[in-house]
Every structure is written in structure tokens, then in C-alpha cells.
Design a protein around this ligand. Sequence first.
Ligand code: SF4
Ligand code: SF4
Length: 411
Amino acid sequence: MQTELADFIRNTPDGAEADEILRKCVHCGFCTATCPTYQLLGDELDGPRGRIYLIKQLLETGEASAKTQLHLDRCLTCGACETTCPSGVRFVRLLDIGREVVERKVPRQGRGALARYVLKNFVTQASWFGPALRAGRLFKPLLPGALRAKVTPARGAGARPPARHRRRMVVLEGCVQPAMSPNINAAAARVFDRIGISLVAAPRAGCCGAMRFHLGDAEGAREEARRNIDAWWPLLEGEGEALVMTASGCGVQVREYAHLLQHDARYAAKAARVSLLTRDVGEALAAEAERLLPLLEEARARHGERRIAYHAPCTLQHRQRIRGVPERLLAAAGYELTPVADAHLCCGSAGTYSLLQPRLATRLRDNKLAALCAGGPQGIASANIGCITHLQSGTQIPVRHWIELIDERIN
Ligand code: SF4
Ligand code: SF4
């Protein structure tokens, strides 16, 4: 694709990157077929190729309208188009650049502006989110529908083992997950403990920055990345072998720190190291198969089979290109995985998407639940707190993180 970027962006790092991405696209449209929003809306501008044209126009003219903003807002950043693209177009990165420009050029008004402000400034603060969730549980019937669906019942976490092993890995606690589902990280700590690794957290680490980044606030996301790097660094310089992510959405963002801070003289090298050490929880466990698999096989013999459906989050299968890992571990532990059609499609959670685009998110969720339930599972497993909460809001079948199911079998 030929490009002629406008002066305001041509000689900037973002301009150079966008130009390189745009030039790779050959307009073939293969990506359109696997795009969830195109499938729902049937409008070229709600598919990757149409959005690429919109971003090209934006960067060539410097002009954006509310219509440009609408079609970019409707993107889930799921990355299904990147998986499909034969030319290696990094669509999501291009979208992030486009969104940041649109954010500056088209001011948001009214409820949309307020919702984004609250999401960026409060939801990402664990100290605010925990009490707000508890209050939300008390007043749940009074909340608006989209918000009510996100208010999960209180769940216990069980005991966390003490940090007793010489081998250690650092775990990101996250911002919303400790309040919504504290058992996920506790279960991960128990599973790692069984294979001789202690998971330790850095108390001063917080939100990974994904929420701010995808709401067009790249500088705010960089600040959150710097704070986390400062919190993790002493542990990673010491015994911490790796940085473990139990939410695949956070994993994508922390892997991006290297890119996000590449022009920051103080943090670039540390950010590159942090991204290099980042592992999804499944990836980290699969690397310890020698000690884990005997435990899973023993559990399988003890418990027998249980039918579950697995939903692979887009942030795991498309954005991190990690495929089949939780499924293999679940199968080894005696879970029979039921077939799920169109497993490449997003469930509609997509970070803040289910709150900002509730109608589309609900349609995607209902389609996904129909596919997940088709094989008659007794439970649903996934790998990201956003997907888990979103799916649970539409079904009575329990939706859990897969690490909790492994924990139940071996502990
Ligand atoms: S990231 Fe997902 S929703 Fe966005 S254009 Fe690509 S496939 Fe469509
Ligand atoms: S599949 Fe790739 S090259 Fe083809 S239109 Fe989509 S982004 Fe462009």
C-alpha cells in the first residue's frame, strides 16, 4: 500500500511504524472473513481492511471525524485479523497509533467521556476497585444492566502457601482480579508450590497499563509500566526467574513494555528484560512438565474425567500466539474438552469493550456461549479474568480460570 503521511506524524517514531505497517498491507481482504465485528455488522469499515483505510486517511490528512472514531472504537483489538493475514500486517499496533491520534483530534463528550475517565482513573486502582466492587454487590439491583453483569459474587481465595522454595517466580497480582476472583492467583501459587516453585508478588506493582493504553492514553500506560518495573526489578535481579501472568490480557501488555519504553533512556533496557522474562502461567507450567505431568496423571487416575469447554482468550491465542497449552494440561489432569466451533472468535469482553460497546459485546458473548455449551459441558474454563467475568454474566454454568481446575485436582 502506497503512503504519504502528513507532516504532523511523518518524522515521528509512531509515523515510521505506521508507515511500515501500512506498506505491508496488500488489500487482499483475507482478514475480513475472520473479524468478529465485520461478521456482526457486515460493514467494510467495521473490519480490519476498512479500518486500515480509515487510519491511512487519518495519518495522511490529519483529519478525523466522529465516524472514524466510531469504527475504530468498535474494534475489539482481538488480533484475529493478524492471525489470518498472510502479509504479517501488525494491525493492532496500527490501531493503537490511530486511536491515539483520533483521541487528540476528536474530543469525547458526555457519558462516553465520563465512562472513559472512570475506567482509566479508578477501575485500574486496586485500592479503589475492591471497595467499589463490595459496594456494587450490596446495591447490585440498582445498577445499570452492563455494570450489573460485571458485579460478581464474592469468592474465597483459600490459603496461599508460604514462599518456602529456593526457586521463585514473580506474579502480577493485577488491578481488578484480586477483588473479583482472588482464588486465581492463590490457585496458581498452590500449583507452583507443588512443583517446587514459590510465586511471589511485588506489593507496589499495580495495573499493567492495558486499560489506559487501549483507551488512547499511551503516556498514562507508560507511567504504569515504569511503576511496575520499579516494583519488580529487585525481585527479578534476585531470585525471580520469570514474571508470571495469570491474566492473558495483562500478559500482552507486559510483553509490550519493551516497545512502549524503547525511547526512554532510563527504562528501555529494564523494560526489554521484563518483557523477555514475561510468561503466561500455562507457558511457565508447560516448561516444568517433568514435575507437573506425574501429578496431573495421578490426579486423572484419582478423579476420572469431567467434561468442560475451554475458551481460548484472544489475548492468548492471537496476541501472544500461545495455542493449545492450557488445553493439554487440562486434558492431562483428566478433563475431557468438548468441541467448540469458531474457537478463533472473541467472546466480546476485550478489556473495557463490554462496558463501552455493550450491545456488540452481548451478541458476541451469546454466540460464544452457544458454541461453548453445544457439547454439554459441566463447566467452562478460560485464561483471562475479563473473559471469565463476561461469559459468566450470560450463563449459570460455572466459568473458572483453568488454573483453578488444575489446583482442584492436585491439591
Ligand atoms: S482486531 Fe479483531 S475486531 Fe479488530 S479488526 Fe482485527 S479481527 Fe476485527
Ligand atoms: S489480510 Fe493482511 S494484507 Fe490482506 S487486507 Fe488484511 S491486513 Fe491487508
